[in-house]
Design a protein around this ligand. Structure first.
Ligand code: FAD
Length: 400
């Protein structure tokens, strides 16, 4: 009987295990994870779970009996190494588990702020449920909250922290890596209206305090009082196992269009995988639920003997201060944008074009536009500027 072993019981590892069963795979499915408890989803950690409106039940991907029903073996523990010659993994406790196919779904770890004081008490990152629990408790007594990093995690934290915070961002606008200036400006105004202070173009030089953080020193020498600092400055893919096993690694575990690593018996999916992204036109690593879920399905199909090149459309969402941003496609490298809808009223979409072709659509409080954008990309992966222009940039009309 064939054994598929999955390292990492997060969104994509869980997805591989369940998708294998959905595909009728009859062999052993073993899911090894180093976090306590059942597999859970991360998005609520910086949203409802942080705000206290969502609990454990909303985090859990499935209840315990699901795993027995689907005959998915859950093994707690951290895999320390992969023995490719012996086709087995070895856990930190010394136990070994054999595989016929191995899937690396090891996710990512938060980047540490490379400045003095980054390990002081009162300095937090947010990726795991354990971190969210500690952060939630610390928020109750915190007076001066500083968020370092104006990306999705920092902004969602700010939006759900339930008090005014100061957001420090090194770039000249919020979400600069992933959103257009139009969308950045809308969310900056929203956060300012909620009472948050946004400091753009400021780096952090140090976190100061005796054992506990008391101040954030900015690159211009100014000091911000702080008894809680949330650092959201991005993640690094967890590639240690792949490197140790001699697999190709470059900004993630390098995989081909079937999500296979340089060893055909080993695949990688989700946040840890660097894959040839059709929409980006280059090797890319994405950090999203869509990417984790769709790659998990694709790998399960490969293992079940129905391989198809991975080409799913990337999409993403974030919820902040009652506003929903949904992004379809990849905006990188776009040189032209068109805004449709009601920008002042906070219901609009930004269409981004690269080389005369629609590259991505950001929809702010316009879910029907997001759905239409996804349908449009499904019907035509490269919709031309002229085609949209002929329809007054109305996505629904273009797809109809
Ligand atoms: P993970 O979910 O990180 O799972 C990897 C697992 O592998 C972890 O449990 C890890 O501990 C385990 N592991 C690693 N190494 C080993 C080892 N050697 N042995 C055993 N286990 C190991 N995406 C969206 O699309 N929308 C959102 O709104 C959104 N919000 C988010 C909010 C937060 C706070 C965070 C942190 C992420 C959010 N994301 C969101 C991103 C999304 O959750 C991730 O892209 C997704 O979880 C990636 O899944 P993954 O399985 O690749 O990695």
């Amino acid at each position: 009987m064939e054994t598929v072993l999955v390292v990492g019981a997060g969104q994509s590892g869980f997805g591989v295990a369940t998708s294998l069963r959905d595909k009728g795979f009859g062999g052993r499915v073993v899911l090894i994870g180093d976090e306590p408890g059942l597999p859970y989803q991360r998005p609520p950690l910086s949203k409802g779970y942080l705000a206290g409106t969502a609990g454990d039940a909303q985090l859990r991907l499935r209840p315990e009996d699901f795993f027995a029903e689907k005959n998915i073996e859950l093994i707690p523990g951290r895999v320390a190494s992969v023995d490719r010659d012996g086709t087995k993994v070895v856990l930190e406790d010394g136990s070994a588990h054999e595989y016929d196919h191995l899937v690396l779904a090891t996710g990512a770890v938060n980047r540490v702020l490379p400045v003095p004081g980054s390990t002081l008490d009162g300095v937090f990152t947010l990726r795991t449920k354990d971190e969210a629990d500690v952060l939630r408790a610390a928020l109750e007594s915190a007076e001066n909250v500083v968020v370092v990093g104006g990306g999705f995690i920092g902004l969602e934290f700010a939006a759900h922290a339930g008090r005014p915070v100061t957001i420090v961002e090194a770039q000249d606008r919020l979400m600069a890596r992933v959103a257009t200036p139009e969308v950045s400006a809308y969310f900056a105004a929203l956060h300012e209206k909620a009472g948050h202070t946004i400091l753009l173009g400021k780096g952090v030089a140090a976190l100061r305090g005796e054992g506990r953080v008391a101040e954030v020193e900015l690159s211009d020498g100014s000091l911000l009082p702080a008894d809680l600092v949330l650092v959201g400055v991005g993640v690094e893919p967890r590639t240690r196992l792949a490197e140790g096993a001699g697999l190709a690694v470059a900004n993630g575990v390098v995989v081909d269009e079937h999500l296979r690593t340089s060893d055909p018996k080993i695949s990688a999916v989700g946040d840890c995988a660097n894959f040839p992204c059709v929409q980006a036109g280059t090797a890319t690593r994405l950090e999203s639920v869509q990417n984790a879920v769709d790659q998990a399905r694709a790998v399960a199909a490969v293992i079940a003997g129905e391989p198809a090149p991975y080409d799913s459309l990337p999409w993403f969402w974030t919820d902040q201060l009652g506003a929903k941003l949904q992004i379809a496609g990849i905006l990188t490298g776009a040189e032209k944008t068109v805004v449709t809808g009601d920008r002042e009223g906070g219901k609009f979409s930004v269409l981004s074009f690269r080389d005369g072709v629609l590259a991505g659509v950001e929809s702010v409080n316009r879910p029907p536009d997001h759905i239409a954008a996804r349908r449009l990309f499904a019907a035509d992966p490269a919709p031309r500027f002229e085609t949209l222009e002929a329809n007054s940039f109305d996505l629904k009309a273009t797809v109809a």
